[in-house]
Write a protein that binds this ligand. Structure first.
Ligand SMILES: [Zn+2]
Length: 282
C-alpha cells in the first residue's frame, strides 16, 4: 500500500458545498441541521484513524434523527460524485491525488472511483467526509465493500494515516518447478507492531494481492524470457544473475515494495531460476 497526502478540504466545507443546491426546502433545512454532526463525525474519525482505532467508531444508522441513510447516501452520489454536482470538484481533486493514477491500496490498477474507507451504508455521517474518501480501483473498492472491522487487526490500511515505510515487507518466493511462478507474501520488518503486521497481512489477503502480483510477474517473465535465454546462452554462469540483480536494484530504487522489485529480488536469489528455471516447460 502507498501512503497519500490527506485531502485539504474539511468535512464541514465539503458537506456545506454538497448540499448548497438542494431545492426542497424541508430537506435543505434538515441537511443543514446535520452539519455539526457531520463535522463531529469526521473529527472523531480523524482521531481514531491517527491512533489506529477505527474499529472503535460506533456504527450509526442515522446522521441526525430525521435524515435517513438513503438521503445521506444521495448527498454523496448525487451531490458529490455526479458530474456537474456542487461537490464534484472536491471529488475530482481527491480522485486525482493518487500518483500516476494508480490505486494506493493495490499499487497496481488504475483509480476508477472513490472508496469509502468506512462504508457509507453503515457510517452515513462520513459519506462525504474527505478523510474517509480514498481514490481506488474498482476491484479494491469492491473487495473492501461493507467490510466492518471489529478488531484493530481488521482495519484495512488507510493511505492517509498508515505509512509502511521503505523497509522491505513485500517478498516473493520462486516455485522451482517448471512452469515456474512466484508466491508473494508479506513478511513484516522487525520494527512493526504485531497489530500493524496483522493489518498488512489482512489487507494483502482481503484485496487478493498475492494473485494480482503473481499474474503481473508471470507477464513480466514472459516479456524478459527471450533476453534471459540469450544471456544464458552467452554466459551460463553469471549473466542472468547479474542482469536480474541490476533490475532488482533499479526497481527497488523506485519502489522497494513494488511487486517488480520483489519479483526481481526473488528471481535473482534463486540459483535454480538463474540456471535456466526461467525457461518454459518442455
Ligand atoms: Zn486497487
Amino acid at each position: 500500500m502507498w501512503s497519500l497526502e490527506k485531502p485539504t478540504h474539511s468535512a464541514q466545507s465539503t458537506f456545506v458545498r454538497c448540499i448548497s443546491r438542494v431545492r426542497n426546502g424541508g430537506l435543505a433545512a434538515r441537511l443543514a441541521d446535520a452539519t455539526q454532526t457531520v463535522t463531529t463525525a469526521s473529527a472523531r474519525f480523524d482521531r481514531a484513524a491517527r491512533s489506529g482505532r477505527l474499529h472503535e467508531i460506533a456504527r450509526h444508522d442515522i446522521v441526525a434523527p430525521d435524515i435517513s441513510i438513503d438521503e445521506m447516501g444521495k448527498v454523496y452520489t448525487q451531490r458529490m460524485a455526479k458530474i456537474g454536482a456542487p461537490g464534484r470538484d472536491i471529488y475530482d481533486e481527491i480522485f486525482a491525488s493518487a500518483p500516476l493514477g494508480r490505486c494506493p491500496y493495490c499499487m497496481q490498477r488504475s483509480v476508477a472511483t472513490l472508496d469509502h474507507h468506512l462504508p457509507k451504508a453503515h457510517f452515513p455521517s462520513l459519506a462525504v467526509a474527505p478523510l474517509n474518501l480514498v481514490p481506488a480501483c474498482s476491484d479494491c473498492n469492491k473487495a473492501k465493500l461493507d467490510a466492518l472491522p471489529i478488531r484493530a487487526e481488521e482495519v484495512t490500511l488507510h493511505p492517509y494515516y498508515d505509512d509502511l515505510g521503505d523497509e522491505i515487507w513485500l517478498h516473493a518466493r520462486v516455485v522451482e518447478v517448471r512452469p515456474t511462478a512466484l508466491r508473494f507474501t508479506v513478511i513484516p520488518p522487525i520494527g512493526w507492531s504485531e497489530v500493524l503486521a496483522e493489518r498488512a497481512r489482512n489487507h494483502f489477503r482481503m484485496l487478493g494481492l498475492a494473485a494480482l502480483f503473481a499474474s503481473e510477474a508471470a507477464e513480466e517473465l514472459l516479456n524478459i524470457r527471450h533476453q534471459l535465454a540469450m544471456l544464458h546462452e552467452a554466459d551460463p554462469e553469471d549473466a542472468v544473475k547479474d542482469e536480474l540483480e541490476r533490475r532488482a536494484l533499479s526497481c527497488a530504487d523506485a519502489r522497494p515494495n513494488g511487486w517488480r522489485a520483489a519479483a526481481y529480488r526473488a528471481w535473482h536469489g534463486s540459483a535454480w531460476f538463474c540456471g535456466g528455471g526461467f525457461l518454459p516447460a518442455v
